[in-house]
Design a protein around this ligand. Sequence first.
Ligand code: SF4
Ligand code: SF4
Length: 343
Amino acid sequence: MGVKKAATIAARSLIHGRPHHAQWFITRKCNYKCLDCNIWKEQDENEMSTEEIKRGMDVLRDAGIVELVLSGGNPLLRDDIGEIIDYATERFVITVYDNGSLAEKKIDLLRNVDFVALSIDSLDEEKQNFIKNVSGAWKSAMQAVEVLQKEGIKVSVAPTISQMNLYEIVNLTNYFTNKGIPVWYGLYSYDKPESSNQLFRIGSPNDEFIITDKEAMVKLCDTLMEMKKINKQILMTDKLLKILRSFYAEGKRTWNCKALQSFLVVDHLGRVAGCHNQTFAGSIFDLPKNWKNEKFNTQREQYKTCTQCMYLCYVFYSIYGSPSGHLSLAREQWKNASLLLKK
Ligand code: SF4
Ligand code: SF4
């Protein structure tokens, strides 16, 4: 990241009362059929044009967004993804998700991305192919990690922790971090079918994925906290791991949600919501006039006490979404931040 971009982004992250994180699901198309996901079942050919997305990104920048995650479906399926990435990298710290199928093919478009996150849930070929519901998924993802790293692209691995892979997360973490590849985690969650008001559904209910061995989950949090003392490639913070630990050890939620306050999501049609579980709150182009209105204020007050989900990205945005949060993150993650700035 250039010094100029780092400086403008740092300045933006210290302004109070603005959202700092946005996740933009720029397409509903996906080439995989993961067993823990609902998105591929509700694909939509409609999506915003390149110009609309660029205009939307200007709105997000002016609103205060510092970090933009481009996801989907698979965002790399869009023909204009190169143009979108180029526009985004000039304005935000960006993360681009891929299921491991397209990153290598589109490698030249990813050279300036701050984080390319590949979803690899298992080192076991058969298991990864089973979870992704696609034969060859493991091979292409493992090869993509290797090639991207060799080419100097900032690639990381993002497994979703579930009962399917709970006992191998430590091994998987060691495997990649020993190669100098950072690891960040998702947590399997599913959206309740009856929540019909929500923007869209991501997690699909599947008994095989629901974490039943809570003791093992607590132990995993303890082990990762221990490993983090010497392994700086584990991108999960202690604060986040402690929240996860309390949730599984005592069934306690020790975080308050800041949806529509420090973070928001945008769908493939440019609709904004606090999170994907919540109702549509307006178009991205109306964000400046809506941000301080009564409807938004009422919604963000409701979300503060919402206990509906434990999606780790939303927990993360909630606990680090304020200027003081950014400073504490910088303190805890200083080595990672330095790595990013050196790029
Ligand atoms: S988890 Fe990602 S890759 Fe898998 S089906 Fe859902 S959107 Fe596609
Ligand atoms: S806790 Fe927050 S992120 Fe989760 S469903 Fe509720 S409002 Fe959305």
